[in-house]
Design a protein around this ligand. Structure first.
Ligand SMILES: [Zn+2]
Length: 514
């Protein structure tokens, strides 16, 4: 038999949790894995020696703000350099379709903190019109989710109230359009506008529609309105009332979560979550304002901040939220203070931290992003991360933000940090299980039937890495650093990384739930 390429003699870690690693050759033909076994006699123009290397499925990132960066610009290959071959779209329910151009523009303004300075047409009247822009232009696959922010915005604008029956009907139509287009999940950002205004009735109503398409529910849960514990419990209630599998975005196993997870186990609730395993988040300062001042279209929200009473109430809130001043400026519209801490930037302007933060929101039209370190002490952070790294319901996802000057280190390092630090150095999880948490597990959970495993007939999304050297190099203050040890990455049978170098090929496809 003849193959387009053979990856020879590597240790195959196949992305399942069942099979132990085994040495084999992997033959690629077209966009598929055509054979696994002894292929030394087979013909091929391209035989890649993988002796001593791990050959595993491409990683599936279920929560990542990458879809616009995949189209071009400075970070187009940042994720694939780590081995990520499939990205889910619409994290936190962010999306711009299908919306009339004015509303799409408002939504772009609101979400730009997580997507950078891209210039987009912002006029997609159907999910497919949006998904069409990716054809032939992306290095890795894109898999759509239903973007609840766009669904709600299209049905009722930025209204901060429960939906009427007619508005729910309108949301149902758009949700169905996305599901018909192959979206695998109803995705929510319940601390973000306008999703934060959805009540439980709306979430259960839309979840039942998603469940009928065998889609799941994933959410940045309602931390700010409900508090963490109740936000977890709300998610469980949705799982039970809508009979839908649920998934919680960017979480960690500390005492509070561990308690809820015990209940999840006891009651056998169909719940998973994901972690990036760094002790800091990344978001915009506008999220630190009292919730009542975050509502409305971005221009209306900004106009409201002009009110002196609003300023005064917000300052008290910001003072508390931004204690320490160790947040790192990742991005803002005018490009000032990049890489500085909030404390340094405020000092350079001769302002208190809260005054600086409030003024920055106004001056940058709320287009600003910060790395936000956790408030817990460092030793406790490490304990929490270690405990999270091996939790059976946890999968790895980066929550990476790209196309900004100073990203969170997870954008360039999440998947390789897991392999280097948590698997090789700390030995908290076996290699087999770690690979599963980055490939087979997310693929199964998000209904990706033809990827996530090294198996004959499946799509040839394959990573070859050196288990002795694989590691992240991105740091808090030097985050744009590609990893080491990832040698080959194939997407749909085409090599996007060859011997550690980016090839520039763009073989990514838009995937659809079958
Ligand atoms: Zn989020």
């Amino acid at each position: 038999m003849r193959f387009d390429a053979i990856i020879a003699g590597g240790t195959v870690v196949d992305g399942t949790c069942e099979n132990e690693p085994f040495v084999a050759d992997v033959g690629i033909l077209g966009d598929s894995i055509a054979a696994i076994g002894a292929l030394s006699k087979a013909e091929t123009p391209r035989r890649i020696s993988a002796t001593g290397k791990v050959v595993c499925p491409g990683f599936v990132d279920v929560h990542v703000h990458s879809e616009i960066a995949l189209l071009g610009g400075r970070d187009q290959f940042a994720a694939v350099s780590q081995g990520v071959t499939t990205h889910l779209a619409a994290p936190d329910g962010f999306g711009w379709a299908p919306l009339p151009p004015e509303q799409a523009q408002e939504m772009w303004h609101y979400t730009q903190f997580a997507y950078g300075d891209a210039v987009l047409p912002l006029n997609w009247q159907t999910p497919d019109a949006y998904l069409d822009i990716f054809h032939g232009r992306i290095p890795a696959n894109l898999y759509p989710q239903v973007p609840h922010c766009a669904v709600r915005l299209g049905a009722m604008g930025w209204e901060a109230r429960p939906a009427t029956d007619a508005e729910l009907k309108a949301m149902e139509r758009t949700t169905r359009e996305w599901l018909e287009a192959g979206a695998c999940c109803l995705c929510l950002g319940l601390d973000y506008q306008p999703s934060a205004n959805a009540d439980l009735r709306e979430l259960v109503f839309l979840s039942k529609i998603a469940a009928a398409y065998d889609a799941i529910y994933a959410a940045h849960i309602r931390y700010r309105i409900l508090g963490r514990k109740q936000a977890w419990e709300e998610t469980i209630e949705i799982a039970q009332r809508a009979e839908i599998p649920v998934h919680i975005s960017h979480e960690r196993v500390d005492e509070e979560a561990a308690e809820v997870l015990e209940r999840v186990e006891r009651e056998n609730i169909d719940l998973t979550f994901e972690s990036y395993l760094y002790p800091a988040g990344m978001t915009h300062l506008a999220m630190m304002l009292p919730m009542e001042f975050q509502t409305g279209a971005p221009v209306d929200m900004l106009e409201n901040l002009e009110n002196p009473d609003v300023r005064e109430k917000s300052l008290a809130h910001l003072r508390e939220e931004l204690r320490g001043g160790n947040q790192i400026m990742g991005y803002n519209r005018s490009g000032r203070f990049i890489g500085m801490t909030l404390a340094e930037a405020a000092k350079s302007e001769g302002k208190s931290q809260e005054d600086f933060a409030f003024d920055l929101i106004q001056e940058e039209a709320a287009i600003e992003t910060f790395v936000m370190p956790w408030a817990t002490p460092p030793e406790e952070n490490e304990r929490i991360l270690n405990r999270t790294a091996s939790h059976p319901r946890m999968m790895i996802a980066s929550d990476g933000v790209y196309n900004i000057p100073h990203p969170h280190p997870r954008s360039y390092g999440c998947f390789v940090q897991y392999l280097g630090k948590f698997v090789r150095e700390r030995q908290l999880v076996s290699l087999k299980e770690a690979i599963y948490k980055m490939s087979g597990f997310p693929a199964e959970r998000f209904r990706l039937t033809d990827r996530g495993r090294i198996s004959r007939g499946l799509a040839a999304d394959i990573v070859v890495f050196n288990p002795d050297t694989v590691a992240d190099r991105s740091t808090w203050f030097d985050p744009v650093q590609p990893p080491v040890g990832v040698e080959w990455v194939f997407v749909n049978g085409i090599s996007v990384i060859e011997a550690g170098n980016v090839t520039g090929q763009l073989p990514g496809k838009v995937l659809r739930q079958q």
